[in-house]
Write a protein that binds this ligand. Sequence first.
Ligand SMILES: O=P([O-])([O-])O[C@@H]1[C@H](O)[C@H](O)[C@@H](O)[C@H](O)[C@H]1O
Ligand SMILES: [Mg+2]
Length: 277
Amino acid sequence: MVGDLAEKTSVRAVLEIRKAGESEIRVMTKSSTVDLVTKTDERVEKIIIGSLIKEFGEGTHCFIGEESVAKGEPCILTDKPTWIIDPVDGTTNFVHGFPFVAVSIAFAVKKQLEFGVVYSCLEDKMYKARRGKGAFCNDEPIQVSDVKDINKSIIISEHGTDRSPEKVKKIFSTMQKILCIPVHGLRGSGTAATNMCLVATGAVEAFFEIGIHCWDIAAGAVIVQEAGGILLDVDGGPFDLMSRRMVSANNDVIAKRIIKEIEIFPAARDDATPEKK
Ligand SMILES: O=P([O-])([O-])O[C@@H]1[C@H](O)[C@H](O)[C@@H](O)[C@H](O)[C@H]1O
Ligand SMILES: [Mg+2]
């Protein structure tokens, strides 16, 4: 029921994004001049939350949505049934017409992710997974790659929207070290949700990033795990959805090899009190 609804809602969101992409896009900024947002991000989030509230009634479920949080709504994951939503993951891509843009909708109960749907709009691929029930792309089962040799891997990372020189230096130093292991290649689609689905289908072996948010990765987290992959913190500890740090990989051999090279830098938790952000 929850899954069907998430799927139905993601289809509505995708139609809206595709339609909006055909006319002129007015761009605004959030935390920095490269952290972009559009009216479409805001409208699509309202559509998603509105249709979920219509179904479940006001006050029964909680919502963590990228644009609502940007407008001051809390970003705290409680035990209550909670939807975690990125209406347009890959907003920069959307603005530039770079063809990877996804809608990401996840559902958690008691802080446990139960269901995720990532709809890659322009490729027309709907990825979905329910805890314990496998992962699918357009209804076909998907599975991570079985590569264990890092020298035969493709790794994804992104540089996010924080451009402070010391962070950028660490990001590129990590990428340089990983590239020179050597791996077959380094990639990045510009949407964390899609990157995770690429891990889940076996197109790449891993995706890691410091600075992502819970709404970028919540749905992808269910999909990667249900496709047989793993999630870890960038220091090798357990994955924490609110920590803004994540390594997703096909297996722990690949994950741990990458973790050896990651230069960690601080990122305020999604659920940090405002004065700590
Ligand atoms: O802002 P947005 O386009 O929804 O999300 C961004 C994308 O997922 C990008 O791939 C990642 O590198 C950033 O960290 C995210 O913020
Ligand atoms: Mg996003």
